[in-house]
Design a protein around this ligand. Structure first.
Ligand code: SF4
Ligand code: SF4
Length: 153
């Protein structure tokens, strides 16, 4: 479900790009898919349906971590496409990542780490949580296990 929903933002971006080419007036309406104008720029002082839409995302955020950013945001789609153009894999990984260790995959709130341990840079928000775990002898599982082996008599 998460993987499928992530395609949605590319659809939103495509619709906006086509609309910008054929009808600037329609684009003005469609850009309201972004709730930030309502929530931040005008501080919820707008027609009720804009407020309801923005508030809906806020309520959904109680259960769905950054749902708008991950699934719908057209700017997020542009940044994800930028992630595909990256030249190097800058997030450190270990041979144990993904096989057998799944800790970083489970802890990545953005679902940007595959079961085999690879980072999906197009979906990575660069929060650095997995980098912190990787470098922490108290969290990174192979480091924890190695430390335990060392203290055993
Ligand atoms: S805890 Fe360490 S070994 Fe496990 S996935 Fe994270 S970086 Fe890789
Ligand atoms: S940097 Fe953050 S978003 Fe990117 S893979 Fe690591 S935990 Fe996930």
């Amino acid at each position: 479900m998460d993987r499928r929903l992530k395609w949605l933002k590319y659809g939103v971006l495509s619709v906006l790009v086509v609309a910008a080419l054929v009808s600037p007036a329609l684009t003005d309406v469609l850009v309201e898919v972004e709730p930030f104008k309502t929530a931040i720029t005008v501080n919820f002082v707008r027609e009720w349906y804009f407020v309801a839409y923005a508030a809906g995302w806020l309520v959904l955020g109680l259960w769905l971590f950054k749902g708008f950013c991950r699934y719908v945001c057209p700017l997020g789609a542009v940044m994800a496409l930028g992630g595909l153009l990256r030249r190097r894999a800058w997030i450190p990984r270990r041979p144990d990542c993904g096989s057998p260790c799944q800790l970083c995959k489970v802890r990545c709130n953005y679902g940007a780490i595959e079961r085999d341990g690879r980072v999906r840079y197009d979906e990575c928000f660069q929060c650095l949580d997995c980098v912190t775990i990787h470098d922490d002898p108290g969290q990174c599982v192979p480091l924890v296990l190695a430390a335990k082996r060392e203290v055993r008599p």
